[in-house]
Design a protein around this ligand. Sequence first.
Ligand code: DGT
Ligand code: CA
Ligand code: CA
Ligand code: ZN
Length: 592
Amino acid sequence: MTNYDIAARLNEIAALMEFDGEPFFKIKAYERAARSLEDCETPVRELIDAGEVDELPGVGKAIAQKIVDIESTGTCKYLEELRAKFPSTILELLRVPGIGTKTAIAMYQRLGITGLDDLRAAVEDGSIAALPRLGAKGVENLKLALSRLAQRTQRMRLGDAWELAARITAALEEAKLAKNVVAAGSLRRMESTVGDLDFICTSSTPEKALDFFCALHGVERVTAKGDTKATVWLHAGIAADLRVVPHRCFGNLLQHFTGNKDHNVKLREYALRKGLSVSEWGVQTIETGRVRTSATEAGVYEMLGLPFIPPEIRLGLNEIELARKHELPALIEIGDIRGDLHDHTTWSDGTRSIEQMAREAARRGFSYMSISDHSRGRAVGNGLSIERLLEQIAEIRSVATSYGIRLLCSSEVDIRADGTLDFPDDVLAQLDIVVASIHSGFAADKSKQTARLLRAIENPNVNIIGHPTGVLIEQRAGYEFDADAVFRAAAASGTALEINSNPARLDLSAALARRAKELGCTIAIDNDAHAFEDFDNLRFGVGTARKAGLTKADVLNARTVEDVLAFVAAKRARGSNSQTREKAAQSTELFG
Ligand code: DGT
Ligand code: CA
Ligand code: CA
Ligand code: ZN
């Protein structure tokens, strides 16, 4: 049994424990142990022989014994007990994006659905509609998810793909068999999902580099291998290509394999009009037949008379036109971000205290941070009552500048079904800045959802709309609403919209953030951190903002803390003038 096989059994135990109602922390222990096994390059057999299994991170005596049993027999007593309690196909349901354990249990107990075949049948004959709180929208989502599953068009989220690519790049470079390793394609363009990984590199020993790549830890099988190129399938569930390319045309190949396809097509059309023919191997002057190559990507664009176009905006929109006129936006950069306006602590569902989060954010170079825990309506997020919020405000005020960073009092307040907020105005007014988010009631129809968001935006104490569409990437479509109406109201009222940097969200999407900018909105790029490692997600939020064409001027938390507070004060001042409020109400009616 390979480490991956054993890890798969531990994950099965964890999944079945969840069905069995075991506590969260016990389940997590099995998941952590499985992860350790996947990361461990030494075969478990060797660890067993050396008596070192319980030295794996997260593996205690009890789990170690199960690993030993699984290694020798393929299973263990506990796994068999769990398997006996449920239909053997029940875990298939979890492969459907959007179905978690709770839904799967409800499907099983209420409708007798034991696996994917039953589910397909229930969706087909409509009996699935009997599932409480699913709604017409839910049925639609299920249909979509099932068809994707059937076509194997499931894509990997950017965050997971990024982590994989970083490991593979580091391994190749550390082995000193390859140079200039770059993951091109959709990953480099910071698309929210990735279909496959496209590595390119240079090497003085291509054959050795490809052998090494095909034998990498994490490779499940080699699907193709030649002199300059190999394709593998990774245990993580995604394919990866490695192309070893000549140094002199590295820039041409990198440009080609970065895409996207539409950008490449438009670039070739543009070049043809200048008498140049572009391919992955070089730029040919058609009249003379002379081919020029470039080791750098910038050199390729230069040959075409263009400035460098950042990968994130190579979308086949108007970027070539803008480049030609030297009107490309100066895209926001990670270094431009000064603070974070949406973070959680142990006061609600975060994993770290205020002090720990503050010191970590300071260490990472932020100069200010909002503590924005959940509000009381969000019971699963351990939301704060008014009393606890007031207590928290007092604590934050007393340490506001003690940890090397300026702390702002905030809340991620729930937007209720009718668009009112989960805390009264006199409480919200005591905060420095307020994030308002929708966490429930996704099924409401488009006009209700639009009215709900507009009402929240009209509140003078709401400064940022958190994860504005509610989408979970490759898992759940967001709620429906009239985006233009909401964006117009946000711009008119001085309310920022969030790009949530969590790779499961990336909400607003680049396309919507681009539209929001067109309509004059300010954007906050937030970590929504619940743990230290969540701060690493900023690159994805900034990447999404760059895809949207945003500059420093568009981003609220690229401003100084004084300017952020002025942004808040301006909306409050407008809100306290009742005449303006009336006007705002009238103008939002026009969009309704
Ligand atoms: P993915 O893998 O679906 O997330 O998306 P990409 O963009 O990584 O696409 P992929 O892996 O099929 O190809 C990588 C790049 O190679 C793509 O962005 C542009 C270039 N490319 C692939 N096929 C074509 C093509 O037929 N014509 C042109 N001009 N470029 C192509
Ligand atoms: Ca790709
Ligand atoms: Ca590819
Ligand atoms: Zn939230």
